[in-house]
Design a protein. Structure first.
Length: 196
């Protein structure tokens, strides 16, 4: 009887070690954790907005329930991906658009890509029910990129578009991105943004 208790005690003592080893080696299925400021390459960086959200609108699966944000550290813009790629609430910085983003939504294409070993994030551009849908989608298409660097869990001091003010990517019929973004029926306003 004493040997059984000793064996059971050894198994129970080894269990926390086995769990820690599983976590450290990634053997347990969980969203990817990243050290502060870790740089990663994302295979596909796409964008979505009011007209091509499912259903059309600004609803999200996580967080506040509404996509938005201006891309600053204090008010990051929404992004979507597979929950195993990044957990809801994960903050990233995307140097190409000079904006911070927070994971708050699902993305069906991102889920399929994740299952095929392809990283994919979908960034919110904005738009409203009164926005020109073709212009919003043109903005998205013009800013879509492959094999781009992001910073996971960034610090608060990354450079932000519009002299640190950020701004909604598609607003006032314009694609607001560093160097312009084309689309949206304009040259890609890089100045301050008003309401959409």
């Amino acid at each position: 009887m004493q040997r059984r208790w000793l064996a059971a005690g050894l198994v129970m003592a080894a269990l926390p070690v086995a769990i820690l080893v599983s976590i450290a080696t990634g053997a347990l299925a969980s969203p990817q954790a990243a050290a502060a400021g870790q740089t990663r390459t994302i295979n596909h960086v796409t964008l979505y907005g009011f007209p091509d959200n499912s259903p059309p609108g600004n609803g999200t699966a996580f967080g506040s329930g509404h996509a938005g944000g201006v891309g600053t550290f204090g008010d990051p813009t929404t992004f979507a991906t597979d929950q195993h790629e990044f957990a809801p609430g994960t903050l990233i910085y995307y140097p190409f658009l000079q904006r911070y983003f927070v994971m708050q939504d699902e993305c069906v294409e991102c889920d399929a890509d994740f299952n095929n070993g392809i990283s994919h994030i979908d960034l919110w551009v904005g738009g409203t029910a009164s926005s020109n849908s073709s212009a919003v989608i043109a903005c998205e298409d013009n800013l879509t990129r492959d094999n781009m660097q992001i910073i996971v869990n960034p610090g608060p001091n990354e450079p932000v578009f519009n002299n640190g003010q950020g701004g909604v990517i598609f607003q006032n019929g314009q694609c607001n991105a560093p160097g312009g973004g084309g689309g949206g029926g304009g040259s890609g306003n890089t100045g301050p943004s008003g309401g959409s």
